[in-house]
Each structure stands twice: as C-alpha cells, then as structure tokens.
Design a protein around this ligand. Structure first.
Ligand code: ZN
Length: 293
C-alpha cells in the first residue's frame, strides 16, 4: 500500500491510489493478499484524526480474476501507472472564491478550476466525469494497471488544474487521461480528443507521445455509440496550448470530451450506464494500445 501525499487548494490531501495489480512492483503489501480474497471495490481507510482532511481510499487489490487458470499470461497493463483525471468537481460552484483564483499554466494564467457544463435535464458534467472515471478505474485495474485518480469523490472542489497535472508527474505515471464532456451548441454532436500543442519548454517532451495516445483514444472512441464531433475539432482531434492540465504535464496526457451535453441525443447517451461503460472500456483499450509499444 502506498500513499502519495500532495497539496491542493491549501488543503493537505492524499491522492487515492489504487494499487491493483497483483505482483505490482510498486505495491509493498500485495504479497499479503491472495487473488480472490479482496473485494473489487475499495474499503475506506480509517481517518487519522478528526482534525485532518478526509483521507481517500487507498488499497491494494488483485486483478479481477478467479484463479490461475484464467490468467494465462501477464496482464497488458501490469506494472503501469495511469492517472485518470475526472474534470471539475461537484461542489466547485459553492467554492468560487477558491476555484476562480488564477493559476500559472506556463504560458499564461487560468482559473484554478471551473464548474463544468450540464445537460438540459440538469445532469452535471462533474458527476458524469466522476462516474466514468470510476468505471475506467475498474476497466484499467482488470488489465493490471495501477490507477491514480486526481480527486477523491464528487463532493468537494478542485483540485486546481496545476495540481491535477502535478499528480501524474509526481507518481511518474505512464499516461494521463482527463475525462470531460463539452457544453457546445445544441445542434452539435459527438466526442473529440484534445492533445497538447508543441510548446517549447512546456510540452516539447510530451506533444508527440500525447498525439499517439490521442490517436489511440480517438480510434477506440469511434467504436462506441458516440459519433465523432461535427461542431468542433478536426476529425475528432483538437490541439490546444491553453490547458494547464496538458501544459504542465511531464507525462503523455490527453483530454477526452466524451460528447456534447447540450445536445439531446448526446446527453441521453452520456447519462446511460451502458454507454458510460463503453467509454471506460474505450479508454482502457486506448491506453493498452498506446503502452504496448
Ligand atoms: Zn469539462
């Protein structure tokens, strides 16, 4: 079990680190549990004291298999560390003073965080992102990955975009995927993938591999029920130099905009558990393909 401590918004917190792969090199206590003995869902860690902020779930779990006969070879993402960044947070709107504070993104400033969009029916992007992140964590864990989430629940604010990028750098993750949905024109449909522009001194080290990851993700998302965006991006790709989460990342990183929440058809899909599961599987496939190299 490992804890990665970090600071965001002046609050000491601990990143939720799911060490899931049995035999994972970074897991120090995986040998004390045997596959099948530990539930798939994480159990909350005890709070150190009532005066400290909540401590996230941290656990070590075996892959979701039921015996050696079902695991003929190493899992495709065994030993890999993946950061999943669910965009926004459920209570950002109640913490505008903190979330609107400007932070340095390397080539300018941006608000610490934002509230995100919502469907006409009131389904918030923050909640959607969180649900898909949980499903993605499970899909990646089944492939043997160690998954780190940048926020612990959908009931707080932040962290700032600077901290979201720092999480991946600090744990030296193999890749990071930020999960979002767009608030576009009501008649526009579809998903798109955002990858970092080549910015000397900022993203020169990650632009090329991030584009490869974006291509993998665009390809796997095209196998879902969501069409490629028809109102934004070019054939599902958008290159950006104004996103702190990408500018400040030292590991390959992309943003997925799963669909347009302001479009009725997209919103219905995005709210559907089956589709959310498709997206999670698509993200996991994309990361497997990208990291297979
Ligand atoms: Zn968003």
């Amino acid at each position: 079990m490992q804890l990665f401590t970090h600071r965001f918004g002046g609050v000491l917190a601990v990143a939720a680190v799911m060490l899931i792969a049995a035999g994972c090199a970074t897991s120090t206590d995986a040998s004390t549990v045997s596959p099948g003995d530990v539930p798939i869902t994480a159990a909350p860690a005890p709070l150190p004291s009532i005066t400290e902020p909540p401590v996230p779930v941290t656990t070590s779990e075996p892959p979701a298999t039921h015996g050696p006969s079902e695991t003929p070879g190493p899992l495709p993402l065994a030993g890999r560390v993946i950061v999943i960044d669910p965009g926004h947070n459920g209570r950002n709107a109640q913490h505008l003073e903190e979330t609107t504070k400007l932070v340095d993104i390397g080539n300018g400033t941006k608000p610490c965080n934002s509230t995100g969009t919502a469907s006409a029916g009131g389904f918030s992007e923050a909640e959607l992102n969180w649900q898909v992140a949980l499903r993605t964590r499970e899909a990646l864990a089944a492939l043997g990955a160690n998954v780190v989430l940048t926020r612990l629940d959908n009931d707080g604010w932040g962290p700032c975009i600077t901290e979201r990028a720092a999480v991946g750098n600090r744990v030296e993750a193999d890749a990071a995927v930020s999960i979002h949905a767009d608030g576009g024109p009501a008649d526009g449909r579809g998903f798109h993938v955002i990858h970092p522009a080549f910015v000397p001194g900022l993203t020169d080290d990650i632009a090329a591999p991030s584009l490869q990851l974006a291509r993998s993700l665009r390809a796997s998302m095209a196998e879902t029920a969501m069409p490629v965006a028809d109102y934004i991006a070019v054939d599902g790709f958008s290159e950006r130099s104004d996103l702190g989460g990408l500018n400040l990342s030292d590991i390959p990183a992309v943003f997925l905009e799963m669909g347009n929440m302001k479009n009725a058809e997209d919103a219905a899909l995005l709210a559907d558990a089956g589709f959310q599961q498709e997206v999670a599987a698509a993200i996991a496939r994309a990361l497997s393909t990208f990291l297979e190299r």
